[in-house]
Design a protein around this ligand. Structure first.
Ligand SMILES: Nc1ncnc2c1ncn2[C@@H]1O[C@H](COP(=O)(O)OP(=O)(O)OP(=O)(O)O)[C@@H](O)[C@H]1O
Ligand SMILES: [Mg+2]
Length: 145
């Protein structure tokens, strides 16, 4: 019989990629937990783990706050050097994206209007594709050795 040397070996093999449908606050907690397990298995620092958690919470919360359809969250390891996240929905898209990312949030009606700009600051290689058919955020957090 095969025994895992430790739990990190187990996570490295089975938790390299997680895909979660986001329909509720409970699903957000599952997504946050998945990214926490992945970051810990890759020995991310506590600070970078916190950054990932805040960014994932904000981006997945936007699915619940600003769309009426379930969305998708994916987190995966990029060869052990980083964590790539994808947050995708089929909502109506983000108007005024450039202004939002510039921090000009006067026109926001709901929330503080800091979720997207905060997530962008906390992650690396942050890209958003948005249209009237939905929004997809792809970003990576690189591990600093
Ligand atoms: N997935 C999305 N689909 C459609 N519109 C979105 C989406 N995410 C964000 N938006 C739009 O972009 C705006 C800015 O989003 P952001 O997360 O920065 O702020 P917020 O959700 O309004 O408030 P906060 O996140 O600070 O509670 C939102 O008010 C909303 O109009
Ligand atoms: Mg938000």
């Amino acid at each position: 019989m095969f025994f895992w040397k430790n739990m990190n070996d187990y996570y490295k093999i089975f938790c390299m990629r997680k895909k979660i449908t986001i329909r509720s606050e409970h699903d957000i907690r599952i997504a946050v937990n998945a990214v926490r397990i992945l970051a810990n298995s890759l020995s991310f620092s506590k600070v970078d783990l916190q950054k990932l958690i805040v960014a994932v919470s904000e981006l997945t919360q936007n699915i619940l706050d600003h769309t009426n359809e379930p969305g998708i969250f994916i987190c995966e390891s990029t060869d052990g050097k980083g964590i790539r996240i994808v947050v995708q929905d089929q909502g109506k898209g983000i108007n005024e994206l450039d202004q939002i990312l510039e921090g000009e949030n006067d026109f926001q009606k709901k929330g503080l209007g800091l979720g997207l700009v905060g997530a962008k600051r906390l992650l690396d290689d942050f890209q958003i594709e948005t249209s009237e058919k939905g929004t997809k955020v792809i970003a990576t957090k690189w591990k600093i050795d």
